[in-house]
Design a protein around this ligand. Sequence first.
Ligand SMILES: C[S@@+](CC[C@H](N)C(=O)[O-])C[C@H]1O[C@@H](n2cnc3c(N)ncnc32)[C@H](O)[C@@H]1O
Length: 251
Amino acid sequence: MVAVEMPRRGVSTQDFAKEIMENHPELVGVCLNINKNTTNVIYGEKTIVLKGREYIFEKIKDLRFKISATSFFQINTEQAEKLLDVIDEMICRDAPSGRLYNVFLDAYCGTGLISLCLAKYANKVIGIEEIKQSIDDAIYSARDNGIRNTKFILGKVENKIKEILENEKPEIVILDPPRAGCTKKILENIINSNVKRIIYVSCNPTTLARDLDVLCRDAPSGRLYEIKSIQPLDMFPHTYHIECVCLLERI
Ligand SMILES: C[S@@+](CC[C@H](N)C(=O)[O-])C[C@H]1O[C@@H](n2cnc3c(N)ncnc32)[C@H](O)[C@@H]1O
């Protein structure tokens, strides 16, 4: 992505796109996204490709990921590898090699970064994501990398998780929500399931603290989780933002 000045008056969007591509040969395309809503959601549903293509490929940990213009992907790719190392270590806490889980659930899976990098540890990995473009990218990347044990489901976590917990019985759940965190209902669904281990990846310590409080104290059934470790990671250097990865286990 590059920052450019607004087009001069009278210059068409096509000519503007052509000019940007000529001035920045490293670009693969110029897209126009239309968002008429004034909410905190950045992208609207419609994206028009003005020039070139609307996706790139990124390599992380020997895997190649397709990332479309409106799909989520960790922008700090070096630190993303460290994030995966931290999750990897938490997943392998009890057994350092081999398939550890029958099913693991990657809620808020985006373009499948965590699902695909850690698919080797489970017989089946299920990802849930609400953006269709991201799900399509995740399915593409799974095929592209020859990974056959992943299933990506389009939808909101709050609408899908109960059924998946009941039917698929994952032993481990990865939660990587946006800054708003998880709804209480989602956390209660997990508390009332048989999930043994949760790895909560958070870009907002405030909502992380709120959600950990629910997971560790609020359970009506008394079957609670305890925090085993929390690892902060600097994904956004020179800003006050901090990513945290938290491992929880059922007591
Ligand atoms: C912080 S990103 C994490 C993505 C992925 N785990 C990664 O590391 O690349 C959160 C993702 O959750 C998706 N998302 C946000 N709210 C959602 C919801 N209610 N249900 C399903 N997906 C949601 C966003 O579109 C985004 O892709």
